[in-house]
Design a protein. Structure first.
Lengths: 764, 764
């Protein structure tokens, strides 16, 4: 066990590295040539222009104003200055509410830390149990619950404190949930006209022999929502087109690079090989080859567009249906359309930029199977991920390399390289896996079929949290791989599990303190430096950028990254609750994390991150739920721990806590969650009035035209001139098509639900 | 362990008692004086008249047609004759679908029984493990899985069969769910105009200083649903009135009884005492006393009515709001009204006769607290109910009686009485508790605050099932009280629990066979005899009945009793799944139960039970869910059992089963459950067309008048002439009330969600 001085050394080291990162950041950010790396948000909003246009050349690249070096920590107060309402205006509600997660951490844990240090630390410290046991122990252990002897009545202090912490946390959570709900509703009511307020996503349009999807949708909604239906937009399967366009862009980049190289050095035409990654195959003139490739792709793209235009198979059985009023859209989104609940599924359309296009065509049955597959895969990923990694590790050993590539043997056998490889390789596979884990989880969410990016990120976040909980938290507390743990848990009783973990908790305090400093302090400081975007921007700037537009494209603002950021916060919340009564000394470290990362992320949100979508804080129920989960888990652990301390008379008093906490959760769920699922009609009434006002103020506004182009696949929106004709075509298609059928009635026949096969028709 | 011949004796005995019940029933039902006991449904529907009016006196009372005695089992084919569509017409969809639960039992278990007996019974029987072990065993054990030796590859047969049974059961469940969903939607679409189709129940109307509840509701809906709002009906707190009316009725009954007695024996005026139950207090003339009491109560009732009329505190913050169209009601019921999701809660109104009036006024926060209280109480009831019963038992012992009532000592000490008491008393407390259990559970559901009788019954049913599962099933399999079991489960590992139960399962087969025969066979035969209603009817007939109307009131049709009947079926389904692969010989006994009780209940539904409400099969998701639960539980038990049989190589193949079953459940939930929660708009479209047609056909129909009186508290609907004035008053109240406020805006201010206290106003 680490002593206090070990912790001190570690803290100093991590503080130093954090300080170095901050210093580097402070220096780099005031250099004009890094401006687009550290202030992309302002460029994206059009509020900042390249500083390179003005002044002498040196001044353009390096900051010569020495006074600005003195104030290198100035960004901190700057980050705090912007009031929340401006922040919402500047970066969206999602970002503002995301910052509130850090604030909620501070709100809960500042009083908890104070109380815990004032009350529990002395209660623990003024014992001599550890001395009496004659075991080796550190100062930290003396401050922890381990220092209280068995059956002591001092445990009452811990139980009372646990109650106090729980009630305080619930109070804060309630206030915060209410505040976020109010902010969300306020935001949605006060907003300007947005296409998703008028639009509903319809999925699983049933196939019909007589009519195309577009006609079918039009007729269905004209019959079922005659007063409100305005227009619709079918969804094209443009995944292949998107791939081709992306490829063309890449080739264009290479062409730019070669042309730039040629213009700098006119002596030698750049050459390339046609094979894989330009490494194999025939050697050709790079510029000519790239031009030819781009032409070929342009032709392919044109052909694909043509195909999308004409082939009805490219039209997916889904559509964005827009209504004349918000009210009409709300009614359609929040009710069922037909008796068969698996066709004509309606839900609020995500924002246009939030739509994840490839997933729009998955039928209902597939969705449910995909969900099963992913649940099972995630279970295996969480508990058995060590197995393939161990396999890769065995391959990546020195013997493995020698076997698969004998010509490397002399190099590998060199003493220095051998030792490096031996120390480095086994960890590499694990490290790589952990780096790619968020990507893997995101791929799983995509496979599962969510149709909005925000939903993908929410699902990935919850998976990432579970993975961290099992593999980092439980894996550190109860040593052994997750798979071994699973085995243990299955073979030990329910209360035994909590006893096992609860008993191990106090001993792991120093480990988690170190973890917080490395991951929480230094890691966050690294976040602000943006090393990767910095390097990539300068590489692109040097090799590709010809025009100001290219430079704009080279800029990578990134986004908050809810799918990794939120689970990290939640992990610290979990640590906070677990250690609040056990080892109070851990809490200040968590407080530093919350405060520091709040500062950093506020700065980044203001200056750097680009907002990818606006879900109006739809993630808050998840955040709330995970905090509640952490509380209940910590209460159960404390029960487990106390039950081994011969404090039998006091333990039963803790049983009420998880019950009350879960009840509080249900209460909040009933109270606030509806606001995150549906729009209240009252708001829609207001919105209707606003609609009326807007119409009176701006009678010529073409709502139909506005909505008709809102949900066009991004591929069709791009620059080229083809699009216009395509859009025109879309518009023409939307002219009322007379129904082709004559024989059938105008009302739906009762659907045959008893047949197992998916229904073939819905007559409208 | 019981041998086959023991089972045979028990079967013979139970068959005999069932036969005696049936014979008694057959004889009693054809006697004209029992006609109202055995055919009340036809009287209630007005399709049958008292047979006592015609023929000679003896013929009126006793059936003299001897041929009818020969055909005493005729009721069985009669019960089956009525087709399902007529049954729905005759007794409602709920009853018809309730019978389908028995049918689903047959559909699942007939093929399972055949397969199991043909395949598994020989596989088990052709082993000699039990002989080799030299333990005592019966023929039944030889047919069970116990007879297969450890590590045998014959276990594969059981695993394959478990898969087959699961897939078959899921197939049947899917078909049945689809069928019931279609029936429900068909029923709702084809029905005549019903008030609940136009009406929404609004709860938690916020208090308002300026306006009464009625005005507030009117203005809110006029603003928010201007095109659809028709009328509304506030809810009165008439619980006290209901109590007074009930008391008056009781006194009236006594008066009738005394008058009848006096008219038969004119010599002595009947006397009574004024005290408790007529046992204590002053002796008075019974007829005069009763008349005086009735007059007093009539005055009280009039006063209470007056008070309800004038005191605004009697108006609850709830209202039934009716709309002009089904569409308008659907939109209001399926959306949220305001930003604060705890006020103006709307949901579909239950049928008028389904409303449970006393619960309409409970505010949201109370509901949530009540739910917590009831959850905790139910937990204690299930696991600790033996403690108070043991206490009562100790009091009710002979020593207890002697102590509390010393004067009884000589009686109690008599040898015969002593032995009877000793054998009888301890069981009495338990038996009484079990008899009152459904009532206790129903009281708990009522306390919890559901506002429809159907919802109360559904909740009671699920609690009754859980109680049976824990105390009857687990309590029989793993001996010991539920409390001891709880202790065991908490202290043993998850897989250990299933092993413990799984291993005990085969040994309990004979017990459960006996249980099925006593509870399932003889019990159901007792149900058809209706002994209790028979006796009560004849008592009332003798003492109270003066007119034909009195006789009608004396008739007690009863109802299906979903809250006890459905859990009983589910218990047998559970037994069926658990024993299907373990002891196949148990299955035929269950089949007999399903077939026989289907017959009996079909007969009772056609001839006896009165339909209390119509929920359009809203209970089906519960039924489906519990069957799935039983399947998953049986799969886990089989895994537990096989893991002790050294069949380690085959057990893992079972893991997929519960996962697939649960996935199937989720799939069905997504596919069908929406139809049980909301009305699809397509149906409403049809309904709208029907509305239009109806209006065209019957232009003078007063929908407003029709709906205005639909949701009046039953107390105000009763006979007396006061009501008319009261209804008139109600009608007058519904004339548009001009708003009293002037200063406030017409749009709602954003509600202050951050304040913890319930909001005081919602401005409309």
């Amino acid at each position: 066990m680490a002593s206090l001085s070990d912790i001190g050394v570690s803290a100093a080291f991590n503080l130093l590295s954090a300080f170095i990162f901050l210093l580097a950041f402070a220096l780099l950010r005031i250099q004009p040539f890094n401006d687009r790396v550290y202030f992309p948000k302002w460029y994206l909003r059009g509020l900042r222009n390249s500083p390179m246009h003005t002044g002498a050349f040196v001044g353009k690249v390096v900051n010569l104003d020495f006074r600005s070096y003195l104030k290198f920590l100035n960004w901190m107060p700057d980050a705090l200055k912007m009031p929340e309402s401006d922040l919402i205006e500047h970066a969206g509600l999602d970002s503002a509410v995301y910052l509130r997660i850090y604030v909620i951490g501070l709100k809960i844990f500042v009083p908890v830390t104070l109380l815990s240090l004032v009350v529990l630390a002395p209660v623990n410290y003024t014992n001599n149990t550890l001395e009496a046991l004659k075991v080796t122990f550190s100062k930290i252990d003396k401050l922890s619950i381990s220092n209280i002897h068995l059956g002591s009545s001092r445990f009452w202090a811990h139980i009372v404190m646990e109650y106090a912490f729980t009630f305080w946390a619930c109070f804060v959570l309630y206030k915060e949930y209410a505040r976020v709900t109010a902010m969300r509703l306020q935001f949605m009511a006060s907003e300007r006209r947005r296409p998703d307020q008028f639009t509903v996503l319809v999925r699983n349009v049933p196939p019909d022999a007589d009519e195309s999807v577009s006609e079918l949708v039009e007729h269905f909604f004209l019959v079922n929502h005659p007063d409100h239906y305005l227009t619709h937009q079918v969804v094209y399967n443009a995944n292949k087109l998107a791939k081709l366009v992306k490829e063309k862009e890449k080739k264009q980049n290479w062409l730019d690079y070669y042309q730039l190289r040629y213009s700098r050095n006119q002596d030698a035409r750049p050459m390339t090989k046609t094979g894989f990654l330009g490494l194999f195959g025939e050697k050709v003139d790079a510029i000519d080859y790239s031009i030819a490739e781009i032409e070929r792709l342009a032709k392919d793209i044109a052909e694909e567009r043509e195909r999308l235009d004409q082939d009805p198979k490219c039209i997916m059985p889904a559509a964005f249906v827009s209504f004349k009023t918000r009210w009409g859209a709300a009614v359609c989104a929040q009710t069922h359309q037909t008796r068969n609940p698996t066709i004509w599924l309606t839900e609020w359309a995500p924002e246009p930029r939030d739509v994840y296009w490839p997933n729009l065509a998955i039928p209902y049955v597939h969705l449910s199977i995909r969900r099963l597959i992913i649940s099972v895969s995630f279970f295996f990923l969480t508990f058995f991920f060590m197995i393939p990694i161990a396999f890769v590790q065995s391959l990546a050993s020195i013997e493995g390399i020698e076997k698969s590539a004998p010509f490397l043997k002399p190099v590998v056998e060199m003493r220095f390289i051998k030792s490096v490889l031996q120390g480095f390789l086994p960890g590499l596979a694990l490290k790589l896996f952990l780096i790619f884990l968020p990507t893997i989880l995101m791929m799983m969410s995509k496979f599962e079929g969510f149709e909005a990016i925000s939903a993908l990120e929410r699902r990935s976040a919850s998976r990432y949290y579970i993975f961290n909980f099992v593999n980092v938290f439980l894996g550190s507390v109860v040593a052994g791989s997750a798979f071994e743990q699973l085995h243990t848990y299955l073979h030990s009783s329910a209360n035994k599990i909590f006893v096992t973990i609860g008993v191990a908790i106090p001993m792991k305090a120093t480990f988690f303190i170190t973890y917080i400093m490395v991951d929480g302090w230094a890691g966050i400081a690294g976040e602000i430096l943006r090393l990767k975007p910095l390097i990539i921007y300068h590489l692109k700037n040097f090799f590709l950028v010809k025009t100001e537009k290219d430079r704009e494209e080279a800029m990578d603002a990134g986004s908050i990254g809810f799918d990794t950021g939120e689970p990290q916060i939640q992990f610290y919340v979990l640590l906070g609750f677990v250690y609040a009564v056990v080892t109070p000394i851990l809490l200040p470290f968590i407080l530093v994390f919350f405060a520091f990362s709040y500062l950093v992320y506020r700065h980044q949100i203001i200056n750097v991150y680009n907002q990818e979508y606006e879900s109006a804080a739809a993630f808050w129920p998840d955040v709330h739920g995970r905090i509640i989960g952490a509380m209940v888990f910590s209460q159960l652990l404390l029960m487990g721990l106390l039950s081994t301390k011969h404090a039998a008379s006091s333990t039963p008093f803790l049983i009420a806590l998880p019950i009350l906490t879960l009840w509080f959760h249900r209460f909040c769920k009933g109270r606030f969650e509806p606001a995150f699922k549906t729009y209240p009609l009252q708001d829609l009434q207001e919105a209707m009035m606003k609609d009326t006002l807007e119409r009176a103020r701006d009678p010529n506004f073409n709502l139909k035209g506005y909505l008709q182009t809102a949900y066009i696949h991004p591929m069709f929106k791009n620059d080229d001139e083809d699009d216009e004709t395509f859009e025109n075509k879309l518009e023409m298609e939307n002219v009322l098509v007379p129904t082709k059928r004559s024989s059938r009635r105008n009302t739906p026949a009762p659907s045959k639900m008893s047949s197992g096969s998916p229904p073939k028709h819905i007559d409208i």
